[in-house]
Structures are given as structure tokens and as C-alpha cells.
Write a protein that binds this ligand. Sequence first.
Ligand code: PLP
Length: 479
Amino acid sequence: MNEKSKANLKKIFAQLPQVDKLLQAPELLELLKQFPRDLIVDQIRIQLDKFRSQISQIGEDKLSAYAVNHEQVIDQICREIGSALKPKVRRVINATGIVLHTGLGRAPLSRQAQQALIEVSEGFSSVEIELDSGKRGDRHKLVEDLLIKLTGAEAAAVVNNNAAATLLTLNTMALGKGAIVSRGELVTIGGSYRIPDVMKKSGAHMIEVGTTNQTGLWEYEEAINEETGLLLKVHTSNYKIIGFVAEVPLEELVELGRKNNVPVMHDLGSGMLFDLSRYGLPKEPVVSESIRIGADVVTFSGDKLLGGPQAGIIVGKKKFIDQIKKNQLTRALRCGKLTFAALEATLRLFLDKEKLLEYHPVLKFMLRKETELNQQAIDLHGRLSRMIGARGEVDIEKGLSEVGGGSLATESLPTRLVVFMLNKCTPEGLARKLRLSDPPIVARILNNKIAFDMRTIREDEIQFIVDAVSIIADEGCAT
Ligand SMILES: *Cc1c(COP(=O)(O)O)cnc(C)c1O
């Protein structure tokens, strides 16, 4: 860069508003009411640096004609500060149609669970005290009776998530011993949960038997010796192998375990408390069935189909659950009062199956009827097309939603999509602007268009979507 350009650049930098000046802008005064001054000043500096580096990128030929637009600078700084200082954990509109979306926090909670959270977080709580005797209590007991009632198990414990539940169970029951598992069941969930890795961390030795598509009882039988600590069955929750396939049913594994005095663990992943086919949905494994068949320990997630908070639930024979509770790892993997409060409220809903559908958001989203989804699509389509006019296009299409969260992996539910595009935007640019809206809207891209899947959008969220699209249609997708 020559001397003349350097001088030009300096001149332009000098045109940028000073920090003191910016702090007096009405928009920033508004932000100063909400956030500490130090934070705002830091952010102003960061944003001014961004402008300087953007200006430095401008070609030397264009630099002499460049002038700083004060209004635009203040506008952008306010917007950037506003979004930089927003909380990071925020409510999001899920327009993906995926009911159990791990990226979006999995299960939305029922009103009852929300109420329980408010109540125990306002003040102190009975998380580890026996109110009757006044003695120090056991937090696992808070939901143990409910879990026993709902699953038919002898005992229960609750930890941070199902990954923790499997790690802890393997560590308790098979440390330094062999845990036999079929090669067809070595699952990976969401990239970071892999059965072989969890086994290794637990200190159990993984003994693989069978092949990817075929495992026979005799192969488990041959692998059993005096070093064997556990037979493990894993529900292949996010894939299905079809074709020339054979797996050993839990019944036979349980029988084999009994004969050889080796306990059987069943990792169900999602796990449901009753058969979903009673509502016309595809069947998912039911916890009480695994218990009835005779699994010694069953593990499942709190925030998948159960529809509760993130948690890992372990149910089974008292002898093993007691050992698990005494394991030092349990202290490290335990849940807090908020989890117990929300989990208890969620489990209570299952006591009254008639009312369950009224209150359980995951089931409600899964069971929404096509006619209802269609009505909502017509409403959103109408409002969007009137507002966008010739600036883009909007249509209604039939589509499919996934349940997600390793549940009903190979099934999808018929839904309605409102697909749209704005002339000035790319699909990725538009998806990004929607995510940066307030509240953020997360949608799918389908055939180079944005698809809003009606399944996971609530009636009261339609207006937010219309407002967000209206702002983007005015502003474009460039910033
Ligand atoms: C989801 C899942 C897990 C992990 O559960 P998290 O609650 O996500 O930790 C483990 N095993 C199976 C089979 C699963 O589907």
C-alpha cells in the first residue's frame, strides 16, 4: 500500500464515530439500560475494529471515493451488540419437523414439568432430605417409586444421561471382566457416543460376537467363560439392518444368562413406558417388557420419547441397582434438583394415560393429524404470500417428518411443509438470517428452498415466523 492510500485509510478511520459519541446515540442509550457500560464499551471497540478491518479490505482504487455512513455504522453496531450480549441458551422455533432434535435440546417439557422447575428453583428444596425423619435422604429415591410402578422393576437410579447410565452400569457390573455384545449392535449415537468407546472407558472388556447382520445364540454361548461379567443387548435405535438378518431376542439371552449365572443388560436408548402402537405409531421398545422378560438392568434416556429432562434412567434388579448406587462414579454422574423436579413431574403424567396426550408435548407433536398440519400450513402460506408479494415465492408441499433422537429410526410421519424463497437470497443465506432472527428459527433446506415443517411449529409461533420473514424480505440476506 502506498503512502497516499495509507493517508486515505487514516482519513476514513477518522470518520468513524468515537466511542464517547456512540455512547450518546439514542439506540445505544437503550442498550445501556439493559447491559453494564463496560460490556457495551468493549463491544463498541470490537465492532469498530471490525469496521476498520473491513475498510482496509476495500481496493485502493475505491478507497478515495469511500465515505463512512454514520447512521449505518451505529445501526450495525447496535444490532451486533444486541445479539452479542443476548443469552447463549435461548428459546428457538423448531421448524425442522424433527421432534427430538438433539441440537435443539430434545424433548420440550410439559406444563407440569415447567411448573415443577419454577417451584423448586425459587427457593430451597427437598432433594436430599427425608421430610418424615429429617435425616439426610437419597436423591435416587425421589423418583424410584414412580419408576418401579411404571416399569415393574425392583429398583431404579437416575444419572446425568443414558451415556452415563450405560457407562456406570458396565463399570459396576463388568469392570475387568468380559461384556459380550453382538457386532450388529455396536451403535454410534450422534457422533460422540460409541458402544466400543463407552465399554473401554467403563473398564469392561468388549467381547464381540457374530457378524454385522447375523448373530446366533451359540455365538454368545461359545464366548461365555469364567471371565464373563455381562451379556449386553443394545437397541439399534438409529438404524435398521434389513435382508439376511438374525439377532438373538432378549428372551434367549436372559435364559442363557440364567444358565451361566451371568447378568443381562439391555440398553434401550429411547425406551418408552408403554406401546406406542396403541396410538397408531410404530412400536418402540417398552421398558416394562424388557423387565418382564427378565433383563437384570435396563437403561434409557429421560429426554427422548419419555419427554422429560436430560437424564439416564437405570431400572432393574435391586441387587444390581444397589451396587450401582454405591459406585463412586455415581456421585460424579448424578443429576441436580432441577432434573429430578422435571423428571418426577414427567413420570407422573404417565400414571394417567387418558390425560397423557393432553399434556405430553413429544407425543402431541408425534400425533398431530395431517388435517391440522394442513390447516396451519394454509394459514402460514396465506400470511407469507400476502406479505412477500413479488419478492419471492411460497408453496405448500406434502412431506415427511422424522421423530429424531434415535427413536423410530426408519419411520417417518406424513406432514405439511411451507416452502419458500426470497429472490434476493441464497437458501443458505436465508436459513442463516432465520437462525439470527429473534427468536431464532431453525428450518430445513429442501431442493434449494427453505422448508418450514408444520409438525414442530406451534400455533402461537406462526406470527414470529411471519415477522421474521418480513424483516428479512426488507433487509435482504447480505448482512
Ligand atoms: C440415545 C442413546 C444413547 C445415549 O443416550 P443419551 O441420553 O443421549 O446419553 C445410548 N444408547 C442408545 C441405544 C441410544 O439410543
